[in-house]
Design a protein around this ligand. Structure first.
Ligand code: NDP
Length: 584
């Protein structure tokens, strides 16, 4: 080896090996047949290769997935739980996803993001959910910021096609993001109540889109400990047993609200729930309605039809698998008829459909869905049981008596001792304060009292020293005082520190819960100043909005500040989780 070459090799070796990485092995055994120059060169080479290999290995472990923000607007918890599933899936596609409520960010926060997915439910009359209101308002406002084209987004809307403003929020967000300059990665998908297929289509289209495919990092194996998946869910319900049904209204009431008790014992596996959660119930249709539909369509029920789950007789499909009420645009398409507004399945069939086959009949119907009810018991007080408070839905339409499928199944048709398919829908947005000393104000007229019976049972069983105040109301004290005896007993025992009752049809003037909030405004504000949390449950369309208004007015009056300051006070309550609503 010439002197020059030896020097070059030494230089190369130094550049590769300097400094020698910690943990680099001694590569050349002492008795190997190399002279000093060769030894230096080879050591350097191996050390350099080792360093490069180590760096590559470390890099492979640490290459982060591409950041992805998944935002949800959820009322009943469906969009939230889909977001959680989506986050896991995103990890397998090379994205490092985080999930958050839409209201946790502002439109300005979007400007620094490159990949955003939104799952947004539409609620009530085309409104955003409680945890999406501020974001929605800010995004739709005239002064919303321009968004960069480097922001790639895709929106999945969740809704119910039987409502006039089907998926309004999903549509609005999708269109507005594009108008502000962001780039749509995949088209908007608007899901109906049977969302599984549409959601899967949206997920595939999004992650297969150019913007997502080209940006995907290395697939990530999740390093987080996984929350245990519930043993039972919507598609794998637990078979509870109907124990008891008791009407809570007295004779002469215009309503039939039933207290339902379901046993969760058996099978050796527990169905866990917490107060504030909802219970999903799989109903079975009314056999009389099935008969009417068969008669109107001219079938016997013995015909064989094919559903997603496989073949079935038409009668069994109508009884257990299909929604016998709702007609949608798809119904009209499949049956080849124009659908008039405000009609139900039986109305369309009775009008007569030419050439309808049993298969077309089922293809035009929506899949039967479970109903969610706020749980009205504490598992601490009733181990192995879950209780519900369900008003039977009955009304007249086009001169025909109609009924709600699930509320009458539970209240009238399901025999005691029969199995009921149920699952728990966790509620992350409606739960008691962790601090048992914190005061709690509960506002729940009508069936809205359900979760508050559960809250009071829970606070009683926990021996929680915090004060409890319940606002309840309904039409008449004599016939509609739901759980009146239990509430009186809690008042007597001191669990319930304050009970405000609003009977809307007992006097000349309507008295509603919000009137009592205003009347007792001073005390209400004093409780808030003591750290009380407010909970509202029940009718979303009128009550919840009027109660919200009363709360703001009371805060403005008794804080001595103006309305703007009261609104800011309410925003702070919401942010602190001290103003929670379960409204429907
Ligand atoms: P409601 O909310 O219908 O009635 C409870 C009490 O609230 C009544 O005294 C009612 O008075 C009063 N009320 C009416 N308007 C307001 C308002 N703007 N602000 C405050 N209080 C008001 O109770 P339900 O439990 O019957 O129904 C609750 C919600 O659940 C409603 O949205 C209903 O559509 C829905 N629902 C009801 C079922 C049922 O059969 N009960 C079943 C399924 C769903 P008044 O009526 O005298 O005006």
């Amino acid at each position: 080896m010439t002197e020059h070459n030896a020097a070059l090799l030494k230089q190369l070796a130094e550049s590769l090996s300097s400094p020698k990485p910690a943990g680099a092995p001694e590569f050349i055994p002492a008795d190997a047949p190399f002279d000093e120059d060769q030894r230096v060169w080879l050591e350097g080479l191996f050390t350099g290769v080792f360093a490069i290999a180590s760096a590559a290995k470390a890099g492979a472990q640490e290459v982060p997935g591409t950041p992805l923000k998944i935002l949800f607007g959820s009322q009943s918890g469906t969009s939230e739980s889909l977001s959680k599933d989506l986050r896991k899936f995103a990890g397998t596609q090379g994205f490092d996803a985080t999930i958050a409520e839409l209201d946790s960010i502002t439109p300005a926060d979007l400007t620094s993001l490159n990949h955003v997915l939104i799952i947004a439910a539409t609620f009530g009359e085309g409104e955003p959910t409680d945890n999406a209101q501020n974001f929605y308002k800010a995004l739709m406002a005239d002064d919303a910021p321009a968004l960069p084209a480097t922001l790639h987004y895709s929106v999945c809307g969740m809704g119910d096609r039987s409502y006039a403003h089907f998926n309004q929020i999903g549509r609005d967000l999708d269109a507005r993001l594009e108008a502000l300059g962001a780039t749509r990665a995949a088209p908007l998908v608007t899901c109906d109540v049977d969302y599984d297929d549409d959601f899967a289509t949206w997920k595939t289209a999004t992650f297969d889109s150019e913007a997502f495919k080209s940006a995907a990092g290395a697939a990530q194996a999740s390093t987080e400990p996984e929350a245990p998946k519930p043993a039972f869910d919507k598609t794998h319900p637990f078979l509870g047993t109907l124990l008891d049904v008791r009407c809570l209204n007295g004779e002469g009431s215009a309503k039939a609200v039933n207290h339902i008790e379901i046993s969760l014992a058996g099978g050796g596996v527990d169905l866990d729930y917490a107060v504030g959660d909802a219970l999903g119930v799989w109903p079975i249709n009314d056999a009389e309605e099935v008969k009417a539909i068969l008669s109107a369509s001219g079938f016997t029920g013995g015909e064989t039809v094919t559903l997603k789950s496989g073949p079935s007789t038409l009668r069994a499909a109508l009884l257990k698998m299909l929604d016998l009420t709702t007609v949608t645009a798809k119904t009209g398409e499949v049956w080849g008829v124009d659908i008039a507004p405000d009609v139900q399945v039986i109305d369309v069939l009775e009008a007569g459909i030419e050439g309808l086959t049993p298969q077309a009949l089922v293809d035009g119907l929506r899949a039967l869905q479970p109903r969610l009810y706020s749980i009205s018991s504490s598992p601490k007080k009733h181990p192995g049981e879950v209780h519900l408070t369900v008003g039977e839905v009955r009304y007249d339409l086009h001169g025909r008596a109609r009924q709600g499928c699930a509320s009458t199944f539970l209240g009238q048709r399901c025999p005691h001792g029969n199995a009921v398919g149920v699952y728990v829908q966790k509620s992350s947005h409606f739960h008691l304060p962790a601090d048992d000393t914190a005061p709690v104000i509960m506002i729940g007229p009508g069936t809205g009292v359900a979760p508050f019976r559960a809250f009071l049972e829970e606070r009683e069983m926990r021996g929680a020293p915090g004060d409890n105040w319940l606002f309840f109301g309904d039409q008449h004290q004599a016939t509609d005082y739901l759980y009146g005896e239990e509430l009186a007993a809690w008042e007597a025992s001191g669990v319930l520190n304050h009970l405000s009752l609003a009977w809307s049809r007992d006097g000349a003037d309507k008295v509603y819960v919000q009137h009592l909030i205003e009347k007792e405004g001073e005390r209400f504000f004093e409780w808030l100043e003591r750290g009380a949390s407010i909970y509202v449950c029940g009718d979303a369309s009128r009550m919840a909005a009027d109660v919200d208004e009363a709360i703001r007015a009371v805060i403005a009056t008794h804080s001595g500040k103006d309305r703007e300051a009261a609104d800011a006070y309410v925003e702070d309550l919401k942010k602190a989780g001290r103003y929670q609503r379960d409204v429907y």
